[in-house]
Each structure stands twice: as C-alpha cells, then as structure tokens.
Design a protein. Structure first.
Length: 414
C-alpha cells in the first residue's frame, strides 16, 4: 500500500484547501511555525482515523503524537461551531481507496443545568473508490447521528460501520477489509521525530525492537545485523570526516564506537550530537536499501539537526537513493539548503525528477498557512522559490551547471 495524496481544509493553520501528492521522496520546507509539522503529521491522524485501531470517535492521540485536547483544537481559529474537511487516497495491492469527509464540531449547552457539552460528528462522508458511497448527516437533536437515506450510521473515526450488504461490496473488498489493511499499513510506519534519543555508553544485547519516534531502537538493530552495521559504518566514514562506526560486543552487552585510523576510538555517547542524531536516519534508510524493502512509509522531521552543513548534503543523497532503489515513500520535513541542493545536483546528473515532490509551507500575514508545490525540472532547476530564504551554495550550484553543460551537445547553453 502507498499514500497517493492527502489533504485538508480549515485544519489547524490551513484555512483553505490543501492537497499534497506524495512521491517516493517528498520534501517539505518552510519557515519556523509555518505548519510543516502539522502538515506531515496529519497523515498519521488520517490513517489512524480510518484504521481498525480506531474503535471510538475521532482520534486526538496517535501513539506518541497528541493533536489536541478536544476536536475544536483541530479547527482553524478553534471555532466552537467550526468544521474540518479531510481527504485521503491510498493505492492498495488490489485497488484504490479514495475518500473525503467533513467533521463538524457541535457545542451545545444543557439549558437546565447550564453545563457545556461538546462533541464532533462526521457530517459528510464520500467514498469515490473502491465503490461510490455518500453519507450526508441530518442535523437533529438525536442521540445517534442519522444520514439521508441510510438512517443511523455509527462511525469509528472517519470510517462508517455499516452492515456489509451487497451495496457496499466491490471486488470482494468491504469497508471492514480496508480498515484492516490500513491498520496493517499504519503499524509499519516509521516516524522519526525532530529530537532523536541520545546514545548510551553501553547497551544490553536483546531482540530487535521498533525504531521508535526517538530512534532509540537503532543501536540494537546494528548489534543484531552485521550487514547493516557495515553499511552504516561505511556511510559514516564517507560522509563524517572519515569516522567509522564500530559495534563492540563485549560479553552480553555492546557499545557504539566511532573510530578513525588505526588507534583513535571514541564512544559515540561522547561525541557531538550531530553524529548521534543522524544514526537512526542512516540505519533506517540503509536498511531499506540493502534489503530492497518495499511498501514502507517513513516520516522524518529535521534530519539535519546538529549536523554541520557539509554533512547535510549527503542526507539528500541518502534519501534520493532510497527513492531510486526501493518501492516505498519517504517524507522529510527540513530547513536544510544543502540537502535540497544535493538532490537538485543529482537530478541534474541524471536522477529522475519524478521521484521527488517538493512543497513550501508559507504563513500568511493574517496567520493562516498555505502549501505550494515546487517543481524540479531535469536540469535541477526549481520553478519557484521563496525570495530571501537562503542563498544557494556556490559549489553545489557549480556542480549543477557542469552537469547541465555536460548533457548539452557541444557544451552549448540549454
């Protein structure tokens, strides 16, 4: 399964219609507090709201992520009588799931007691594929929401729980089947948050654990997988000033050591945060690449954290290699100029620009945010960029121009 696109309207900072198409590598840029994290985390919320793991109303907590105290916190401007629209399109092995829905916040007061009561209801649900279905809520003071022509329809999150009659079947797949498939897909998401866990001096050997939102599962993956450990060590040596990563295994414990030359060894716990913060990202991406993994969805926030600018460009190459070699999706929220420049350079040198989607999240003067798609052509050029955000690195731009000239007959201009 993969996410084709997702969108929203009136959600948090996004007042207008927002639509994001995912590619094997999707990059999200924007200034601080513009809404980048809200955008990429929305996908987690939508998948949970459609998953079999959602057994009640609209979810506000998704594993380690909290989206609000009440549904009103999700509404742009937090209007007590506001609503939010959501859309999600998924490509499965045997078909497409394409939906959009509107969730209305209801704020009522019990007159006799003067007590506030607030809840949300799915006021519209439209399924385009795998079969057409539309549910329109009938506003009424009823205990259970009723929908035109359908009567009472309970919802689990954003998915209606209707008896699986022939009306709701398409190619052997039902809404319940899709709930289960989305649950399985959601469970495999690896989301690395903006702050990865510090490295400990010594670890106990054990079984493989999830990578985790803080990336704390990365060291044990290396200790249990020599092939992956060798690949990560090579990446460190090539991109981090010649330092190799060595997994030392005394007895039933292990240590993450970085070494340079024949004698210099330092525990990774004792070096700068950049080398520690990047470890889960490198482990994750090289794991996909060396084993040819497919169907994964990675969400990575601020991969460049604490890294020197010279070490940020190789991250762009790492992500693009995953997009090129594997059949999965990687979404990166970043501020790194050098990361983007390396990707542009690689495209100019022959990488497929269709592998990459680039978005800019922009905060407007009135406080709402917009999302703009930026296209990259085969020469690595952008069709738009926010003026004054950052200047392009001289050497990377020269490399882009050399690559373009090298593809042009007789070295002439394009």
């Amino acid at each position: 399964m993969r996410v084709v696109s997702f969108g929203c309207r009136n959600y948090k900072p996004f007042k207008g219609d927002i639509s994001v198409e995912l590619r094997p590598l999707t990059l999200v840029f924007g200034k601080n507090s513009s809404g980048k994290s809200a955008l990429i985390r929305l996908m987690r919320l939508l998948l949970r709201a459609l998953s079999a793991r959602c057994r009640g109303g609209f979810p506000l907590e998704v594993d380690e992520l909290s989206f609000g105290t009440t549904f009103r916190d999700l509404i742009h401007g937090k209007s007590p009588h506001g609503n939010v629209s959501f859309s999600l399109k998924l490509q499965g092995d045997d078909g497409v799931f394409d939906m959009n829905a509107n969730v209305q916040n209801i704020d009522e007061t019990i007159a006799s007691a003067g007590l506030p009561t607030e809840y949300s209801v799915v006021s519209r649900f439209e399924l385009r594929e795998p079969f057409p279905l539309r549910l329109d809520w009938i506003p009424a003071a009823a205990t259970a929401p009723e929908y035109e022509g359908k009567g009472v329809v309970p919802f689990r999150g954003l998915m209606p729980s209707i008896s699986m009659s022939s009306e709701l079947e398409c190619g052997g797949k039902t809404l319940q089947n899709w709930r289960g498939m989305i649950q399985e897909y959601e469970a495999e998401i690896e989301h690395l948050g903006p702050f990865r866990a510090r490295i400990y001096r010594v670890y106990s050997l054990g079984t493989k654990v999830p990578l985790g939102f803080d990336g704390s599962g990365a060291p044990i993956r290396l200790a249990l997988d020599d092939r992956l450990a060798d690949a990560v060590s090579s990446w460190y040596k090539e991109n981090l000033d010649g330092w190799r990563l060595v997994i030392s295994k005394p007895a039933a414990a292990f240590q993450c050591i970085i070494a340079r030359g024949n004698s210099l060894e330092v525990n990774l716990a004792d070096v700068g945060q950049g080398m520690q913060q990047v470890l889960p990202i490198v482990v994750q991406q090289l794991g996909h690449q060396i084993y040819g993994e497919t169907g994964f969805l990675d969400i990575i926030e601020q991969p460049e954290l604490h890294l020197h600018t010279a070490a940020q460009a190789p991250l762009g190459e790492l992500f693009l290699n995953t997009a090129t070699l594997c059949h999965g999706q990687v979404i990166v929220e970043t501020h790194s100029e050098n990361l983007l420049l390396r990707i542009r350079r690689l495209i100019a040198e022959g990488a497929d620009p269709a592998l990459v989607a680039l978005y800019w999240v922009d905060e407007q003067e009135d406080g709402h945010s917009t999302v703009r798609r930026i296209h990259i052509d085969q020469d690595g050029n952008l069709d738009w960029w926010r003026e004054g955000v950052f200047s392009e690195g001289y050497e990377e731009v020269r490399a882009i121009r050399r690559a373009v000239r090298g593809r042009t007959p007789s070295g002439g201009a394009t």
